[in-house]
Design a protein around this ligand. Structure first.
Ligand code: 5GP
Length: 110
């Protein structure tokens, strides 16, 4: 199977701004940000889409949520959006599962 663009980033073949990484995921800044903060939380395991997750791999999804919490704390964010585009019809362009972490739309305390 051909390597996804995200696996190529993890393998150091393509540069990316890395915000966080651990043994299960890497978090990079989206190359084309749709919000002041636009990160991609990407499992190292190259599962194509959310519909392909099964068995023990559901633990990766829980871990992604734990990483989202960590990012919010690290970046001192009051809130964020966590979005998965699933399948071509769901707007997915890169077929290596990932979650968009978006924040900084407005200061809701103002
Ligand atoms: P999708 O539509 O698959 O949910 O989102 C794919 C995301 O990956 C898009 O927001 C796109 O801007 C981002 N992206 C595509 N290629 C690259 C790349 O080479 N580097 C980075 N950092 N982001 C990328």
């Amino acid at each position: 199977m051909e390597k996804s663009i995200f696996t190529r980033i993890m393998d150091g073949e393509i540069p990316a701004k890395v915000e966080y990484e651990d043994e299960q995921v890497i978090v990079i800044h989206d190359i084309s940000p749709k919000a002041p903060v636009h990160l991609l939380i990407i499992p190292r395991k190259p599962i194509p889409t959310l519909m392909d997750v099964e068995g023990d791999d559901f633990a990766i999804l829980a871990h992604i949520h734990a990483v989202a919490q960590k990012l919010a704390q690290k970046l001192e964010l009051k809130g964020f959006r966590l979005i998965n585009n699933c399948g071509k019809e769901g707007g997915q362009e890169v077929f290596h599962i990932h979650y968009h972490f978006l924040a900084g739309f407005q200061d809701e305390s103002a």
